[in-house]
Design a protein around this ligand. Structure first.
Ligand code: CMC
Length: 409
């Protein structure tokens, strides 16, 4: 095999090492070609399968968008009906998974989600069949059918896991999924045990649409790394959930609302923003993005929704007012302007959730409920041309040290 020198263009941070340059955080490094989503970070544009996010947010539902992401095109009416019916059938969990969630009732729901997804994978017969096929390197039409079925199951089951955890964490019995409700409304129904307000259902649906895919952030990359070893889809999703949990990624929506609650008044916005500009100061959660160097288009959409929501239900904790004041400071501050840091989707997303009565530790799990379709779609895309991920590190420690027996140390 001939050796090739690969040139990587990056605008990111390069660390020098004795073995050569290190592209810190793999910024701008391409890992594959994709037709799932595209981002124009300079202009602030996001497309799923070629459709602008604004169009999908305005006209579509999560059911339709998740079909689009998974299968690569918008469904016909019949295809969508069949897909929705299959998803409803897949909503229930294996009894062992329910016990895992019950046992983790006091843990942060992201831990429970990770564990429950892994448990569901251990008990899914389709998954066992796929694991066996992959272990002998077989991934043909029959296996692909299994993989897509598993992908649909994962999308369908995530809201049940999240809602069941919420119920157990409050010492309540679970509310089983209802077949006559859509994906978003059923989720709120399983959480709170009553039919949700239509604006709240629309808010969850909109949020799920906006987060369904975003090219290859850390969580999606984590899913690729696991899948590239020919491990299974459930394990890949569990790894993605683990990566999403961090405050630099999905955890930012929870942190943003916690900050607004702590600040308590829009009058403190200037002080908070100023503190974030100081060396070693706390980063402003919900601000900045590795790819967007413009206002995040998803943030614009969800800001509008949050405005409508507080217009209908009020802003008793001043969350929208505080976020608006912080936004104003950020947009006019030279520190943020010079670094092209704008509010991202997490800046606004938690406000309506908080007022819906969803505790903030459930914000990131709801992100996962949406992004699961992106994770599985990317894994299925990667499996079409799989190669195990195996990067290198530049070793800078000593070699050939002499072992000193314990008693002589
Ligand atoms: N507040 C204050 N300063 C910031 C912030 C912020 N939120 N974000 C970036 N900076 C500064 C950073 O200190 C650095 O300054 P300097 O050049 O003086 O060292 C400069 O901007 C570049 O930042 P970076 O950390 O090198 O950028 P990155 O691409 O590695 O990080 C990020 C991107 C999203 C992790 C970062 O902006 C951040 O930590 N934001 C807050 C957390 C957040 O909102 N995360 C959600 C991201 S969107 C949803 C998702 O994809 O999960």
């Amino acid at each position: 095999m001939s050796e090739q020198t690969v040139q990587v263009k990056t605008t990111g941070k390069i660390l020098q090492s004795p073995c050569g340059p290190i592209i810190h955080g793999l910024e701008d490094v391409l890992i594959k070609s994709t037709s799932i989503s595209d981002i124009d970070g300079e202009k602030g544009i996001l497309w799923y399968r070629g459709y602008r996010i604004e169009e999908l947010a305005r006209l579509s539902t999560y059911e339709e968008v998740s079909y689009l992401i998974l299968y690569g095109r918008l469904p016909t009416k019949r295809e969508l009906e069949d897909y929705i019916n299959r998803m409803k059938k897949y909503r229930e969990l294996h009894p062992a998974t329910v016990e895992v969630i019950r046992n983790l009732a006091k843990a942060h729901p992201m831990f429970a989600l990770e564990a429950a997804v892994a448990a569901e994978g251990a008990y899914d017969e389709d998954n066992q069949k796929l694991i066996e096929a992959l272990s002998v390197g077989r991934y043909k039409a029959e296996e692909k059918e299994l993989a897509y079925r598993i992908a649909e199951k994962l999308v369908a089951k995530m809201p049940t896991i999240v809602a069941y955890h919420y119920r157990f964490s409050r010492g309540l019995e679970v509310v089983r999924p209802r077949d006559d409700l859509g994906h978003a409304a059923n989720f709120l129904y399983m959480m709170f045990g009553r039919e949700p307000d239509p604006l709240a259902s629309r808010g969850i649906d909109l949020y799920l649409i906006l987060h369904a895919d975003h090219e290859v952030p850390a969580s999606t990359f984590a899913a690729h790394v696991v899948a590239s070893t020919l491990s299974d889809l459930y394990s890949s999703v569990a790894a993605a959930i683990a990566a999403l949990k961090g405050p630099l990624h999905g955890g930012a929506n929870e942190m943003a609302v916690r900050n607004y609650l702590e600040i308590g008044t829009p009058a403190k916005a200037k002080e908070i923003v100023e503190a974030a500009t100081k060396p070693g100061g706390p980063k402003l959660m919900g601000v900045g993005h590795r790819v967007y160097k413009a206002y995040d288009p998803r943030a614009k959409i969800f800001k509008e929704f949050s405005r409508d929501y507080v217009a209908k239900f009020g802003d008793p904790q001043n969350l929208f007012a505080i976020a608006s004041a912080i936004e104003q400071e950020v947009l006019s501050h030279p520190y943020f302007q010079q670094r092209k840091l704008y509010p991202n989707v997490d800046f606004w997303s938690g406000i309506a959730f908080y007022y819906m009565g969803i505790p903030y530790e459930y914000f990131t799990p709801i992100f996962a409920m949406s992004r699961v379709v992106g994770w599985v779609a990317h894994v299925l895309e990667y499996w079409e041309n799989n190669r195990i991920f195996r990067p290198r590190a530049c070793y800078i420690g000593p070699h050939d040290l002499q072992y000193i027996p314990l008693e002589q140390r």
